[in-house]
Design a protein around this ligand. Sequence first.
Ligand code: FMN
Length: 478
Amino acid sequence: MKLAQWLKSNDISAREFAARVKTTEATVSRLRNGRAQPSMELAQKIMTATGGAVTPNDFLDFSPSGQTGEDRLTGSRILLIIAGGIAAYKSLDLIRRLRERGANIRVILTRAGQEFVTPLSVGAIAGSAPYTDLFDTHTEFDVGHIRLARDSGAIVVAPATADLLAKMANGHASDLATAVILATNSPILLAPAMNPSMWAHAATQRNVSQLAADGLSVVGPNEGQMAEANEAGVGRMAEVPEIIAAVEGLLDPHGVKPLAGKHMIVTSGPTHEPIDPVRYIANRSSGKQGHAIAEAAARAGARVTLVSGPVQIPDPPGVDAVHVESAQEMLAAVQSALPADVGIFTAAVADWRTENQATQKMKKKNGIEEMSLSLVQNPDILKTISNAAERPEFVIGFAAETEKVIDSAKTKRRNKGCDWIVANDVGHARGVMGGEVNAVHLVTEREVEDWPEMTKDEVAERLIARLGDHLAQNKASA
Ligand SMILES: Cc1cc2nc3c(=O)[nH]c(=O)nc-3n(C[C@H](O)[C@H](O)[C@H](O)COP(=O)(O)O)c2cc1C
């Protein structure tokens, strides 16, 4: 744990170091304890802040189970498929790092992949020539592609291009990579990498959801700068340490995912309550927190149904997304997704809707200065589901408050009949709604935990880890 040693010998607290590298204290604590991995950007900031004493490679020994990565990768047989994306150059480092950790690597380089990295450089780093052709007489005399498919403990596709994802989702076998993928029974990990518009496209999202539903694992893509000038967004391939951690998870038969076998319903985003065909009542919720929770739950092994109001962000990989507009539609979608083991109700559901929605656009009338809307209460989704005959075993609600945050949350927990409430102050000054960070209080039956400010992804990760521990304890004491 090089970071822990460095902080100790330089007598620097996690809080002070977090300020230096512009992250949260919680992140530094998790990195220090080996319970998380930094993004490459953060790893580089840490390298600068420690004068080169802690390098990105020092985080490669990250291992949530306490086992070293080497233990889990030694002797493993990994087939890496490199497709035709700019991120293919990172796959050379991936090969090197996997081999350093004792894995045997074989590589398939697609035709387009060869435009980005050469078979010669891949072969030199992998220790054997890459496979490139389905109809190769040297390797196919004994139907070599079936052998490749069967002989590999895991298949990693990095970068996974939009084109390859589309072929895989539709069961193509038109080249060596797709034929092997179709013929294998081994676990498959995808590391998508592409331009943000390609990633956000409905077709790509559909394909990734299909592949996740088929049981494939997905790591990334991350948000950040693209190789193209002035292009940024979600689409960067996951960094090499993240891919390695995901491969370890894939290969580790003992690393049981904490929410495996659970069905979880997560609601997210705002609702839109129509006034007339062009106007609606809405709120500032972006869906970032709910989507992050859905993604973290899927990573923890749950089958996730995400019921989302109208948002501008893509569906997270690996979840079944249902898109709705109004509170009534959201309740109906949640009810039809039941039964579930866990419900997390993150959506900012409008309390009120218009009593009557005009069928035509409402027009101004000469001489009439005022106008009023008659509102009626919307169904209370959290309360309805918490008291339903088919109530999930565990229900978590979110309470967005602007005053007396904790008191209101405690009352809400009792009144609604849910198990936990995650309370946050969404007053304007804090910029929580729509923003990237959140400072929440977890209100349980027994206590109130004040969590420090952290990113919404970190809140999601911590909530899901806390939930996994709680369900495991309940099971053990049952
Ligand atoms: C310069 C250049 C960069 C490209 N980068 C990507 C990329 O990052 N991600 C992607 O999905 N496709 C990218 N493409 C398009 C793919 O190379 C193309 O769809 C190809 O057919 C993929 O084939 P494969 O999936 O069999 O490797 C790029 C194309 C070019 C010319």
